[in-house]
Every structure is written in C-alpha cells, then in structure tokens.
Design a protein around this ligand. Structure first.
Ligand code: GRF
Length: 210
C-alpha cells in the first residue's frame, strides 16, 4: 500500500514542488493525495493544480473563528485519508485540537536547527551550541544572532510551536556576505532534499507495518 501524503503550504511551495518532481520521477515512496493552501494568491496553488493534485484553497476570512476554520480544514484533510500530513511552509499556527487529530503523523519543516525537545539550544556537529530559533523569522534571527551555522529540521508537530520529536536535520553554513534571501535559499536547497529522505523513510516504515 502506498503511503498517502497531504501537503499544507502557504507560500511559494518549492518544497511541495520537490515532492511533486520526486513523485513524477518515481523517487517518492508516497502519493501526494491533496494540497491545502490558505493563501489564494500563493504559487503553491498553481503548483498543485499544474501537477493535477486535488488542491484546496481555504483562506481564513477576517473575523472568522480560527478553531472553526481549522476544524473545516481538518475535516477536508481527513476526507483524503492521509497517512502523513506535512506542513511545508504552512504559516499558520494551528489549534491544539487540529494537531491532536493528526499527531503523531503531522510533520513540520522549519528553516533552523531545533533540538529534540523544547530546549533552547542545539549543539551542531562541530560542537557549537547555538540558540534554537523558532517562529516565523528563524532565518532573520540566524543572521541577527550571527551564528556561523544554521540549517533546517523536519519534526513531528505538537501543540507547542516548532517543538516536537525531530526526524531529521541538515546544517547550512552562514556566509559572511549572506542576506536573508540568500541564506534562506541555501537552507531551502537542503530542506527539499531532507523532506524527500524523511518521507521515503516513513514510507518504508509504513510499508513494513502495512
Ligand atoms: C521553508 O523554509 C519552510 O521551512 C518554512 O517556509 C519555507 C517554505 O518554502 N516553514 P517553500 O514555500 O516550500 O518554498
């Protein structure tokens, strides 16, 4: 049985595209069964549609109760019977009820190195201890804090923001003349590679359990 993957994304969707390309090349051991986006103008929507993946765009209208909106999204996701739900650049913090509905099979990609727990630091492979940069400005924070190494993490989602058991990390060196865009692009190169590795590893486990 092929592992079913729903991808949630809010922005450009280059990670989604990497998964789509890998699937098309026969290099993804999972099937992307749906894409969900919360931003009507996001390129993610086009990527999903061009790839002929069922693509849903569910914006959060101003003044709408976030829990009701999240419940609607959860019901729609559940209708695709996913084995894994991946937040690939999903920029909304979801209510605990949403997380609990899909955990432990709800994953998140984060553009910084995170510890395995809620700790405040991470020690890199070179033995350097750096702050755990959580939240939406992790790449900016890496530059502000002048850390020489940052990277990316794929982790299981818990109700705490950017906290949860880590599945994989990759390190990225910060260059002296980096700016946020350059650094984020290099991190994303690693993220796109890492997410395929993680999904394939989970798919292998899924197949042995099936
Ligand atoms: C990635 O860096 C991801 O870690 C972060 O948002 C970015 C999404 O990039 N949460 P893209 O939309 O897949 O290009």
């Amino acid at each position: 049985m092929t592992m079913r993957l729903v991808v949630l994304a809010s922005g450009n969707g280059s990670n989604l595209q990497a998964l789509i390309d890998a699937q098309r090349a026969g290099e993804l051991r999972a099937e992307i069964v749906a894409v969900v986006c919360d931003q009507p103008k996001a390129y993610t929507v086009q990527r999903g549609l061009i790839a002929r993946v069922p693509t849903l765009c569910i914006p959060l209208p101003p003044g709408t109760d976030r829990r009701t909106w999240a419940e609607l999204i959860a019901d729609l996701i559940a209708a695709f019977a996913p084995d894994i739900v991946l937040m690939a650049g999903w920029m909304r913090i979801m209510p605990a009820a949403f997380v609990e509905r899909f955990a432990p099979n709800l994953l998140n990609q984060h553009p910084a190195l995170l510890p395995d727990d809620a700790g405040d630091t991470w020690t890199t492979s070179a033995g350097l201890t750096i702050p755990a940069m959580r939240g939406a400005h992790a790449v900016h924070d890496a530059l502000q804090l002048r850390v020489p190494i940052t990277g990316c993490t794929v982790h299981r989602v818990t109700p705490l923001v950017d906290v949860g058991p880590v599945l994989a990390r990759a390190e990225v060196l910060v260059e002296p003349d980096d700016n946020e865009q350059l650094l984020h692009e290099r991190i994303k190169i690693e993220e796109r590679r890492l997410i395929i590795t993680v999904i394939n590893r989970l798919a292998a486990e899924f197949q042995t359990q099936a």
